[in-house]
Design a protein around this ligand. Structure first.
Ligand SMILES: [Cu+2]
Length: 183
């Protein structure tokens, strides 16, 4: 019984840890914001970020001079803002990431996209990203991921969670360490 309760609490803490680690807010262009001034390299900006589902993308700009259009890949490539999927015009648009893959945005003001005001937000699948960077997983405590696919030799209720934790990174690890001390 105690083990079951422990697992439930651990699961809840893990979920909290996931929410915390996913709550990142990315301001497009960082301090420059969404602009054509200074030739901000949005491709470079995007490449340095680790976008995850649940993150928020913020476009900050002067609404008199710019806007934000979510477009398809083809429209992004050709700077075509004639039929955007969505248009944002507040000057401070927060867009929550809800799915994997590329999210293409451009400024629909004529000439601005051509001047470089376009960004490709690529949200990598978490498990694929974790597999691509095995050195970052807390291997000291977590079992290797492939173990999850094979039947566990002994019934240990905590093991699936520990394996899953690998993808959650440091926060999850910290929570695990904390919870083992706590109990
Ligand atoms: Cu613009």
């Amino acid at each position: 019984m105690e083990l079951v309760e422990r697992c439930i609490v651990f699961l809840m803490m893990t979920m909290v840890a996931v929410q915390v680690s996913n709550a990142a807010v990315h301001k497009v262009g960082d301090s420059s914001g969404w602009t054509i001034i200074g030739s901000v390299d949005y491709k470079k900006w995007s490449a340095t970020k680790n976008f995850q589902i649940g993150d928020t993308i913020v476009f900050e700009y002067n609404a008199q001079f710019h806007n934000v259009m979510r477009v398809t890949h083809a429209m992004y490539k050709s700077c075509n803002g004639s039929s955007p999927l969505t248009t944002f015009t507040t000057g401070k648009d927060s867009i929550k990431i809800t799915n994997y893959g590329h999210h293409f945005f451009l400024c629909g003001v004529p000439g601005h996209c051509q001047a470089g005001q376009k960004v490709d937000i690529n949200v990598l699948n978490v498990s694929a990203a974790a597999a691509a960077t095995p050195t970052k997983s807390p291997s000291a405590l977590a079992s290797p991921v492939p173990v999850a696919n094979t039947p566990a030799p002994s019934p240990n209720n905590a093991s699936p969670l520990i394996v899953a934790k690998g993808a959650f990174g440091f926060v999850g690890l910290a929570m695990t360490v904390f919870s083992s001390f706590y109990f």
